[in-house]
Write a new protein. Sequence first.
Length: 235
Amino acid sequence: MTLASLINKRLLLQLATTLLAAGLLVGCTFTPKFEQATQANLWQCEDGSLMETRLLGEQLWLQLPATTHWINLPQQRAASGARYANGEGASVWNKGNKARVTTPERTWKNCQLISQGEAGKLDKPPQITNTNTSPNALVLRATGHNPSWTFEAQQNGTLVLLQNFGTQRIKFAASEVIKQDLIRTLYQANDVDGNLIEYKVENILCIEINTGEPFPHRVELQYLDKKYQGCGQSF
């Protein structure tokens, strides 16, 4: 072995040691995972929607209302408070007990911290979505017009579509999520004859056309070549 090659090996060893200490070698950088996050906060916004965030280091995960999906938001620079955002238009900014949540299609400006503690062990108010774990608990109710209809979804995946002022009752079973993003969740199920229903729940403010009452979700149903559009409330 020549003196030059020995010096080169020593230099490479020193460089590797320096990079390892700085955490720059591939595989040595710590990347937090959602399952490791133990700090959780519950936020209730102006329309009654509940959102949960979980934090670990500089990574925050956000769960929007009426979804099971968690959005990963790395921490960003902020003039005040703390800001977390991704490249898809979703962000959370909070300062003290107040937060603002932004998505590509909607912003919740006034969210208040109502509970904080260990992930999975937070006490939730009874009126908040998905706190009733009974299989028969109602998780969504939606209504629309032209023609008049009501749609209800239960925790156990059972669905009911009411038409003709409630005189016609169509039941569906085994509802499942088939697509989900930041704003919308698409579900499907079948009636007793095997006919497919697809329904979409969007986290977009919906105004009931007859009463002017605001609801947190736009809901659209597709069943037997008919489309039903209306407003919904999650529970």
